[in-house]
Design a protein around this ligand. Structure first.
Ligand code: AHG
Ligand code: MN
Ligand code: MN
Length: 340
């Protein structure tokens, strides 16, 4: 009888399919190596955001069991009803990042003004902006939601971060990304060297590389827009919608329409499958003439990812990343993806 296979010596024998295990920390460190001037602070900051995402995911995956569903009974600076998961995500990001010495301050969709670093704690070279929980209207229905973030190098010299540290165009982003809390938890980020996605393995509590070098497909599959507001659109947006629906002969009869109502979910699907998302200006709410989405911590963050993945993002007239912000919570029409 031939000798039994000796797993150690017989290279063709694998007890299990070998998977490439790259943690997000290892990947960020690898990216940092190409920046000789990097001091490791950005690496640690991205890791802190990943830690925040793990904590938020731990809540979103059990939301119906730990009594965090529903509304908080508060209205935020956006004039929107705040979900309890909004508050949980917001508090998590602030507490994890406030005292690390990596930030000069933070800005959140849920906070009217910039969030200073607590007295007595060191400030650092970056500012962090975030939409702590995107897709709040979906939190109670087990529909994918997310977190969106942007990181800029601070510009001011004072000890505490100043508003000009936050009102920077997307072209000056140091890093940006998002987390999608869906059937799995995926962390997608870029530091200007391509777009990379990591899936959380809850068993080991690590984000592991699952989507290296994401490129948005040249051929679009989907268009994503809330057609319930069609009557409030400009004639140009209505014509554009006719175009993507194939009414003028393009796209082999037209793109399929997919709209979740969570920007992160709609963006992530179109990033991987190909397509365009748009939230145009509309006349529905005279108080919001530029549409609903916020420039600093929704549109610029995702525009950066889209361009790094070979796509494009515009307000209908200019690249999103060229817009110089004038206020923390300013809104902008948003068209993002690939349509050519
Ligand atoms: P948020 O929950 O952070 O306020 O964001 C909600 C946004 C975005 O996620 C989504 O694309 C959009 O609201 C949906 O708006 P409509 O319901 O008006 O389509
Ligand atoms: Mn949002
Ligand atoms: Mn939000």
């Amino acid at each position: 009888m031939s000798e039994p296979l000796n797993p150690v010596e017989n290279a063709s024998y694998h007890a299990f399919p070998f998977i490439q295990v790259t943690t997000i920390e290892a990947h960020i460190l690898e990216q940092q190596r190409t920046h000789p001037e990097a001091t490791g602070v950005l690496t640690s900051l991205l890791y802190d955001i990943a830690l925040s995402a793990k904590i938020i995911a731990h809540a979103t995956t059990r939301a119906g069991l730990i009594d965090v569903l529903g509304k908080a009974g508060l209205e935020n600076v956006q004039g929107e009803q705040v979900a309890r998961l909004d508050l949980l995500a917001n508090e998590t990001l602030i507490r994890v990042n406030a005292c690390t010495g990596r930030l000069a301050g933070m800005a959140s969709e849920e906070n009217a003004d910039i969030i200073p670093i607590p007295a007595g704690y060191r400030t650092g070279p970056y500012v962090l902006l975030f939409d702590p929980l995107d897709g709040s209207s979906n939190t109670d229905y087990t529909i994918s939601i997310g977190t969106i973030f942007s990181i800029y190098r601070r510009k001011s010299k004072e000890e505490s971060g100043q508003i000009e540290d936050f009102l920077q165009p997307g072209r000056d982003l140091v890093a940006a990304g998002y987390v999608i809390y869906g059937n799995s938890t995926v962390f997608v980020y870029s530091t200007g060297q391509g777009v990379h996605g990591f899936t959380l393995d809850p068993g080991v509590g690590e984000f592991l590389l699952s989507h290296p070098n994401i490129r948005i497909p040249d051929k679009p599959q989907f268009y994503s827009v809330n057609q319930g507001y069609e009557r409030y659109w400009s004639s140009g947006v209505r014509q554009f919608t006719d175009y993507v629906q194939g009414k003028t002969g393009e796209f082999d009869g037209g793109l399929s329409m997919r709209y979740v109502g969570s920007l992160v979910a709609d963006f992530h699907r179109n990033l991987l499958a190909g397509g365009i998302f748009y939230y145009p200006a509309d006349s529905k709410d005279p108080g919001k003439p530029h549409g609903k989405l916020r420039l600093l911590y929704e549109c610029a963050s995702l525009a950066y990812i889209a361009e790094q993945a070979g796509g494009y993002a515009s307000d209908g007239r200019q690249p999103i990343l060229d817009i110089v912000p004038t206020s923390l919570h300013q809104r902008t029409p948003f068209f993002v993806g690939v349509i050519s």
